[in-house]
Ligand binder design. Sequence first.
Ligand code: COA
Length: 326
Amino acid sequence: MVRVRITGTGSYLPEKILSNADLEKMVETSDEWITTRTGIRERRVAAAEENTSDLAVNAARKALEMAGAAPEEIGYIVVGTITGDFPWPATACLVQDKLGAKNAFAVDVSAACSGFIYALDSAVKQVQSGAVKKALVIGAEILTRIVDWTDRNTCVLFGDAAGAVVVEASDDESGILSTHLHSDGSYWELLHQPGFGSRHPVSEEALRQKVHCLKMQGNEVFKVAVRSMSDVAEEALAANGLSAGDLKLFIPHQANIRILDAVAKRLKLKQDQVFINVNKYGNTSGATIPVALDEAVQAGRIDKGDLVLLDAFGGGFTWGSILMRW
Ligand SMILES: CC(C)(COP(=O)(O)OP(=O)(O)OC[C@H]1O[C@@H](n2cnc3c(N)ncnc32)[C@H](O)[C@@H]1OP(=O)(O)O)[C@@H](O)C(=O)NCCC(=O)NCCS
């Protein structure tokens, strides 16, 4: 089987920072509550003229540069997002146009916070099958535009960002070793955006009920997230005959520090094995993992040959892990 590896990473964070102190002026909350319950200190907010495809393109350009790949060499562009520029066409098509990646076919993946993992899995399989030589995988979100800024239960948690990777066939031992993806649609209601699909089309009443805003039952999500992320990490390790101690870096979806701590504890990971940046950006859904991966690469925390495990959980519910040798 052809081994597929990541040859470039890139990320983009909008300039504007929204701190917990800023939120204290908007809703009844406190820096102390947000920090102890979530670990989040600040998050980024896209500028009014920025759209999800702009964030995605900025991250993609950096990943292409690191991979030494021209846009025309890309055969497949896949964007994990739930906050694309439009319900359709796919944000991936807008990215293709802006990059001038005229030889790529392009599509979005809707798997909420697991979007990047699902997208990366599909790109790996396209390259493995020989259908494309190089693929561009992006996680990009502007969640601040679907958050209810009067709901303190959710508005403190989310932010905007994009991360990207280029994948192609590997010529050595490095590459993706396994992918494990799962879904359980019976949980859809715990984390979702009610409008404006076929169930709640646009109407004045729907707008009054804020069906365009994200809804979440945080407590319930928390429990299933910890269990699912731990289980799918163990599934990846077992499938490869490895133990948690073999990992150089565990890069989990950055939703909440208490979820990350609980998963790390279950897996018996040491602190320096777990990558954390939720304090700086909050939950950026499909963007958290590619942003974290890029930051880890830039910070020199991953060397050639190291084992890296990506682990995501999100609305749907969807969850999954990808194990790779760097
Ligand atoms: C959202 C979350 C931080 C809430 O923490 P929690 O400890 O479960 O808190 P609860 O929901 O039980 O709320 C406790 C109290 O804090 C209040 N509260 C909620 N948000 C608050 C805020 N931003 N500031 C102050 N108080 C707040 C609630 O209103 C509640 O008050 P009440 O007891 O008077 O009703 C937590 O459930 C969580 O992290 N869930 C997972 C969310 C997530 O990561 N989702 C994405 C997964 S991909």
